[in-house]
Design a protein around this ligand. Structure first.
Ligand SMILES: [Zn+2]
Length: 574
């Protein structure tokens, strides 16, 4: 540990001439002198906590609290004199009295509670004093209703304190549970290294997890992993690897962290609501074209038809992508993130139709990890009462046996249920192909929108049952009353002039969201319930057809049973 401390002290000095990673000259670089980033290879050097505070927070806004805790917290040092000596040495070397600093700060004009764990003091691990300071800061965030921003560089366990160190996890967990119950937003920024108890608690409990590039992240310190598993490649444990494994939301360079953290606080703050000023401003009565269904089916799957990600970037502002299912993977088939629509925060959950069916991700339908990614975004939005807008465009779910074993049914069910239970307003937009239950997973919403040439398709990925009777266009869906609003497309289809459609869709979404904002969550749920419960009865023709079929099957079955039972009775008699 002393070697690491010495290393940190040596390389963080201002006089470093060459990058430790790529050996390029960095002394004259402004990116290095200001942010301690190599302009050539993007290596992020260690920076001391007060330097970090000045880069991340608004000028002179940081007010530290609980710098010193009451004397009774020092009993641990009285108990172990060797430990006290080591702590004393680290204090002299770093100027810190423990590994944690806490204070009020403002980031891009947003007040927050800042928690910093710093690796330079005893490896940034948790002891009685640091754990107490973190819990006190979280409790203060709850009482002041301020978001929590934590910046973590930490490693392992503070063995000198034994069980007391482990129990800090319980303390922090309870404080964070209380913060979550009180809907306090939390953001963590993981820096190199971010391991041990602080990673498993403060870092992973946060609503949004950001990381610096190249940070080593995980529960066990790298040296412990090497000890237990032999060789472990450093790259498999960096934030860059973790993002593809779905465990963190984004990697942000140090020179952009202030604006990104500020944006997230703004978005999770959910402070503005769209208001419905003019009741006559309805746009849901468009004349639709008479394009035949087979032509619309062709347009819906046109190779140049814009996919969901373009909608997210063109219809909304300040999009911040949330990556991963927080378990195994970050799939490109689902795009989720926070954004604003006319100033109101919305959670966007979109199915990204990968048209290249030969590619590894375009070949199959949506998988269990895709549904988990959706559910995570929907649940986060529900907690902060953020409206959800979903974009539907999928051929269906992955029908492989492998997905069955992974429990795709449970994952799909979770997404359906999270949409049904949602507290906040929800709008779904079918933009291309609505393939069977995978499409429905994002369609249990308060308002169901459909683009003019979009289609609903049952079991598209099952070639045996793919026939014309299983395709419904927007017009047909409207007649059956299973869609609320149809949004017209440019003549010839969306791909010929997407901007025209984006601007109209934006207008429709703003009006509908404003309308939904006026209702209580209870009455939104009630109308959603009635709407979907009513669906089998919406078309008299359909119902009559269905009833006749059912009656016919029922009578045939009764006849069959009578014959069978009659015969059985007779055979028993004989
Ligand atoms: Zn470099």
């Amino acid at each position: 540990m002393d070697e690491i401390n010495e290393f940190i002290d040596n390389y963080s000095i201002e006089s470093l001439e060459n990058c430790l990673q790529c050996d390029k000259k960095i002394q004259a670089s402004e990116l290095y002198s200001t942010y301690k980033i190599c302009h050539n290879c993007n290596f992020h050097f260690y920076i001391k906590p007060y330097e970090r505070i000045s880069l991340l927070t608004d000028r002179e806004s940081y007010i530290e609290f609980n710098k010193e805790l009451p004397d009774e917290f020092n009993y641990i040092y009285d108990k172990y004199p060797d430990y006290a000596n080591r702590a004393q040495k680290d204090t002299e070397r770093t100027g810190l009295n423990d590994s944690v600093l806490t204070g009020y700060a403002s980031i891009g004009g947003n007040r927050c509670i800042l928690i910093i764990l710093d690796f330079s003091f005893m490896g940034g691990n948790l002891g009685l004093i640091s754990g107490e300071k973190i819990s006190l800061a979280i409790d203060l965030a709850v009482s002041k209703k301020l978001p929590i921003v934590s910046i973590i560089s930490s490693s392992g366990t503070r063995f000198e304190e034994g069980m007391i160190s482990i129990m800090q996890m319980a303390k922090i967990t309870l404080s964070m549970a209380n913060a979550k119950k009180s809907n306090i937003p939390s953001i963590s920024l993981l820096t190199n290294p971010c391991t041990g108890q602080a990673y498993a608690t403060l870092a992973t409990f946060s609503d949004i997890i950001m990381s610096e590039p190249g940070a080593s992240v995980g529960l066990s310190p790298l040296k412990d992993l090497k000890h237990s598993s032999g060789s472990v490649e450093f790259e498999t444990r960096t934030s860059n690897a973790l993002i593809s494994r779905g465990l963190i939301d984004s990697i942000v360079n140090r020179n952009h962290q202030k604006e990104e953290v500020s944006k997230i606080i703004d978005l999770l703050g959910n402070r503005h609501k769209l208001v419905y000023e003019n009741k006559n401003d309805k746009v849901n009565d468009f004349a639709l074209s008479n394009t035949p269904i087979d032509k619309r089916e062709y347009i819906a799957q046109h190779p140049s038809r814009p996919s969901a990600s373009l909608f997210l970037n063109k219809v909304f502002e300040h999009f911040f992508e949330l990556k991963g299912d927080r378990l195994l993977e970050n799939s490109e088939r689902i795009v989720t993130g926070l954004a604003q629509l006319g100033g109101q925060t919305t959670m966007l959950v979109a199915q990204e139709y990968i048209k290249d069916s030969n590619s590894s991700i375009g070949k199959y339908g949506l998988s269990s990890t895709d549904f988990r990614k959706c559910t995570r975004a929907i649940s986060l939005a529900s907690r902060f009462n953020i409206p959800i807008i979903t974009f539907i465009d999928t051929k269906g779910h992955d029908l492989s046996y492998e997905e069955e074993i992974k429990g795709i049914g449970v994952s799909l069910g979770d997404t359906l249920l999270s949409m049904a239970e949602l507290n906040s307003p929800s709008i779904s937009v079918l933009i291309g192909v609505g393939g069977s239950e995978a499409a429905l997973s994002l369609d249990i919403s308060d308002r169901r929108l459909m683009l003019e040439n979009a289609i609903l398709k049952i079991a598209d990925n099952n070639t045996e049952s793919n026939n014309a009777n299983m395709v419904l266009g927007a017009k047909e869906s409207k007649e059956l009353d299973i869609v609320d609003i149809i949004v017209p497309e440019p003549i010839g289809g969306l791909h010929l002039n997407p901007d025209e459609c984006f601007s109209l869709l934006r207008k429709v979404l703003m009006i509908e969201l404003a309308e939904l904002n006026r209702l209580s969550s209870r009455s939104r749920f009630r109308s959603k319930y009635n709407k979907f419960r009513g669906i089998p009865g919406v078309s008299n023709n359909m119902l009559t057809g269905l009833t006749n079929d059912v009656l016919s099957v029922k009578s045939k079955f009764t006849d069959y049973l009578n014959i069978k039972l009659g015969k059985d009775k007779q055979s028993k008699k004989t």
